[in-house]
Design a protein around this ligand. Structure first.
Ligand SMILES: [Mg+2]
Length: 182
């Protein structure tokens, strides 16, 4: 059975909408993920905020209450019947517990036992990585394995396969015939 490594933030969970909502409310701005042409969020926020944009990621309850992205749950449920699924996520110190609880609540068929906290996703054993962060996609594909990007403006220059939704990801996986030995 093949193993799919699946990122959490901005792939399974909609981090950006809630993160930006909190920032926009405090700084009277209208930042959205479509504005982010690169990974450094501090470049797109008001000067008064700057790197404080990352402090929102340490607010209690942020990660616990994120919404799943459309079809993430049902596609993962289908894929979990055919593949080993590991959720691979880099985490802020305070988010570890909230991420575990989120997985237990929304993805009980995967469960926290299949949650891997790491900043080095390319070191994890698995056949394919589905992620949005340019550095993860690049490092993983450099190991010779397939990386698939969830499409966002900030990763569009990364030369990997990309999809715009979970349904597209499911179709792509079927195309790869990851379940078949070739
Ligand atoms: Mg991510």
């Amino acid at each position: 059975m093949k193993t799919l490594l699946i990122d959490m933030d901005s792939v399974i969970c909609d981090l950006m909408t809630e993160w930006h909502r909190r920032y926009n409310e405090d700084y009277d701005d209208n930042l959205s993920v479509e504005d982010l042409e690169c990974w450094q969020s501090e470049k797109y926020v008001k000067e008064a905020c700057g790197k404080k944009i990352y402090e929102y990621l340490d607010q209690p309850g942020l990660f616990l209450n994120l919404e799943p992205l459309p079809n993430a749950i049902n596609v993962l449920e289908r894929l979990s019947r055919k593949y080993e699924i590991l959720i691979v996520t880099s985490s802020r110190t305070y988010a570890y517990t909230e991420k575990e609880k989120w997985v237990e609540k929304h993805l009980p068929f995967i469960g926290a036992r299949n949650l891997v906290f790491t900043h080095r996703k390319e070191m994890v054993v698995g056949d394919l990585l589905f992620d949005d962060a340019p550095h993860n996609l690049i490092a993983f594909s450099e190991t010779g394995r397939k990386a698939v990007a969830m499409n966002y403006p900030y990763n569009r220059n990364v030369d990997v396969d990309r999809v715009g939704s979970w349904l597209e990801f499911e179709t792509l996986i079927e195309k790869f015939e990851m379940g078949e030995r070739t």
